[in-house]
Design a binder for this molecule. Structure first.
Ligand SMILES: Cc1cc2nc3c(=O)[nH]c(=O)nc-3n(C[C@H](O)[C@H](O)[C@H](O)COP(=O)(O)O)c2cc1C
Length: 272
């Protein structure tokens, strides 16, 4: 029996939440082996690890626009759960997880996982250095570990095989659609085509190309881009020269509005 941490995590917070959950499961299970499969980079989305029905899989993705990141769906519809028990985790940036957890739970069930528990954990919002800043904190990690211990008991009892886990959210296939940012006149802001700018301080090290989950930045010249940008901020946050930034007025308005509207501490949610 193995415990798996399987996640997409451009900025690393989803990975940290999965690690806390898997660590607590391993403790509850008397020190079972933990295996990690990080599918953040494109090469890892060419395959999926051989999980088995004896295993417990902690499966994490961030909430993007209130849903499972849509760029992952093609890959996620190829993965094989082979009867493994799953704990579905979504992270979110102090606004809301909307329908992301429900979508993830239903997707995992449709791919052959036996979904035993689900959680939504608050992390720093990828767009901001203030929204959800410092999350997950010590109190969050304590909640995640307590949840994992209860999930371990549920899985050990076999109760998850007899019932479908109920989590909030609108039903598929639309799951309520994607969250739509709006400007001050209430008009939709379309940030899909927005890409980071590169300042002259770029030293051409190529680190941004290595961390881009879409493989969209040219390694030989990081000023060149091909393919899509999902606004995950990995290139910006990892740049040693601070040379990458967003300047699009719609994106910046949305970021400021989120910071103003969702300044209060959001809570984690757990379902068993
Ligand atoms: C494109 C995009 C859309 C996002 N949409 C939401 C959202 O709808 N609600 C929310 O609370 N946080 C949202 N976030 C914040 C992420 O869920 C949060 O930053 C997450 O913890 C990032 O995970 P990571 O550190 O593993 O990359 C969004 C982030 C990005 C990049």
């Amino acid at each position: 029996m193995k415990i798996w941490e399987i996640f997409f995590s451009p900025l690393g917070d989803t990975a940290r939440v999965c690690a806390a959950c898997a660590g607590a499961l391993a403790e509850a299970g008397g020190g079972a082996d933990i295996c990690i499969y990080d599918f953040t980079l494109p090469a890892a989305r060419q395959s999926f690890p051989p999980v088995s029905k004896e295993d417990i899989v902690v499966f994490g993705v961030p909430t993007y626009a209130g849903r499972v990141p849509n760029v992952l769906l093609k890959y996620l519809h190829t993965i094989e759960g082979r009867g493994a028990a799953a704990i579905a985790l979504v992270t979110f940036g102090n606004r809301a997880f909307d329908n992301a957890l429900r979508e993830l739970c239903e997707l995992l069930a449709s791919r052959g996982f036996s979904v035993a528990a689900g959680g939504a954990a608050v992390c720093r919002h990828a767009f901001s250095h203030t929204l959800g800043c410092g999350r997950p904190d010590a109190a969050d990690f304590a909640e995640i570990k307590a949840f994992a211990a209860k999930a371990a008991q549920k899985i050990a009892s076999g109760a998850h095989k007899a019932e479908t886990l109920s989590v909030p959210g609108q039903p598929g296939p639309e799951y309520g659609g994607y969250y739509q940012p709006r400007d001050r006149r209430g008009e939709p802001i379309d940030i899909r085509k927005v890409v980071p700018q590169v300042s002259p301080s770029c030293i051409g090290c190529g680190l941004c190309a290595r961390v881009c989950p879409m493989g969209s930045i040219a390694a030989e010249d990081p000023r060149q881009r091909s393919g899509i940008c999902i606004k995950c901020n990995a290139c910006i946050e990892n740049c040693p020269a601070g040379a990458r930034y967003f300047s699009d007025p719609g994106y910046l308005y949305h970021k400021q509005e989120l910071e103003a509207m969702y300044a209060d501490r959001a809570e984690n949610s757990f379902y068993l």
